[in-house]
Design a protein around this ligand. Structure first.
Ligand SMILES: NC(=O)c1ccc[n+]([C@@H]2O[C@H](COP(=O)([O-])OP(=O)(O)OC[C@H]3O[C@@H](n4cnc5c(N)ncnc54)[C@H](OP(=O)(O)O)[C@@H]3O)[C@@H](O)[C@H]2O)c1
Length: 275
């Protein structure tokens, strides 16, 4: 009855591993470098690249549930071998699969739907954890500068995305569902900055960047133009649902979605100036 979690060291994957293990489910955590994860005792780890089909076939041995990333690495390229992975999952005896989308419904979702597995698609808008990218600026200058900061999102706590995934993987109640996941409140960047300031007891400022300034900064970080266009396009003109609290986390898990204030308190140390 093992559940295989890909992206196990990631923002969502590490919560999913922890929550399933806490619920008494046998878990196998997969990443290229699983040593980067601090998993609870009893969690099996496997070092494998999702593009290596033989390694994935081996990792699927004895597995009945699978959480599958749809995109890989920092360039977020679509998983190239999803049909083969879905076929390997069926052959291994997997019954349920969750997918974690990458902003659009693509070949991975199509492959698991065609496979005959019980699938649930997790389709979150912004993750609360995206705010960690502000940590350096906050620690150094007490500032967050972003383009399109006044456009609101309802970001979701990665632990809540994981909790919905855990429910889908451990009960038969969510098969065939595509869940648009949002957090409990619509927040602008200045709202989030204020919550982080509250968590660390420091007054922080928001500075609006122009689109061009945002583009230049991402270029300086080495992001390819295509990725920059995607990020800026999403920030400037996000789908309307991403700013609307969907209530889905509470409906699926039976408890209220975690707030951004809670996320900020949990991560306060990352935003505090270091001596
Ligand atoms: N951030 C957002 O607002 C947002 C919104 C919607 C959807 N998403 C999508 O959600 C997904 C997960 O996000 P996240 O923040 O949880 O991820 P993350 O923190 O960036 O972690 C990615 C995980 O995937 C693993 N990984 C990457 N390439 C791999 C490969 N070739 N083979 C095996 N494992 C690989 C990484 O471990 P190793 O490096 O050790 O392999 C890591 O465990 C991403 O696809 C992201 O695009 C994000």
């Amino acid at each position: 009855m093992t559940i295989l979690i890909t992206g196990a060291t990631g923002n969502v994957g590490r919560h999913l591993v922890g929550q399933l293990a806490a619920g008494g489910h046998p878990v196998r955590a997969l990443a290229r470098d699983p040593s980067a994860g601090r998993f609870p005792g009893g969690v099996e780890t496997v070092a494998a690249d999702l593009t290596d089909l033989a390694a994935i076939e081996a990792a699927l041995e004895g597995v009945t549930g699978l959480h599958l990333l749809t995109a890989l690495g920092s360039s977020n390229e679509t998983l190239p071998n999803s049909a083969e992975i879905a076929a390997a999952a069926v052959k291994a005896g997997v019954r349920r699969v969750t997918t974690l989308w990458n902003g659009y419904r693509g070949p991975v979702e199509e492959a698991v739907e065609a496979s005959g597995l019980e699938w649930t698609h997790l389709q979150p808008g912004e993750f609360m954890s995206n705010a960690v990218t502000w940590a350096e600026e906050i620690r150094a200058e007490g500032v967050v500068s972003e383009p399109f900061g006044h456009i609101a999102h309802a970001p979701t706590h990665p632990a809540d995305i994981a909790a919905v995934g855990a429910a889908a993987l451990t009960t038969g109640e969510h098969a065939g569902q595509s869940y648009l996941l949002t957090g409990p409140e619509a927040l602008t960047v200045p709202d989030q900055v204020a919550a982080i300031g509250e968590a660390i007891g420091r007054e922080l400022r928001f500075e609006a960047l122009s689109e061009e300034q945002g583009r230049e900064r991402m270029r300086a970080m080495g992001m390819p133009d295509e990725a920059i266009d995607y990020v800026l396009g999403w920030r400037a003109n996000p789908p309307a649902w991403t700013a609307e609290p969907s209530g889905l986390v509470e409906r699926v898990t039976g408890r209220p979605a975690r707030t951004f204030a809670q996320w900020a308190r949990e991560h306060a140390d990352e935003f505090r100036s270091r001596p």
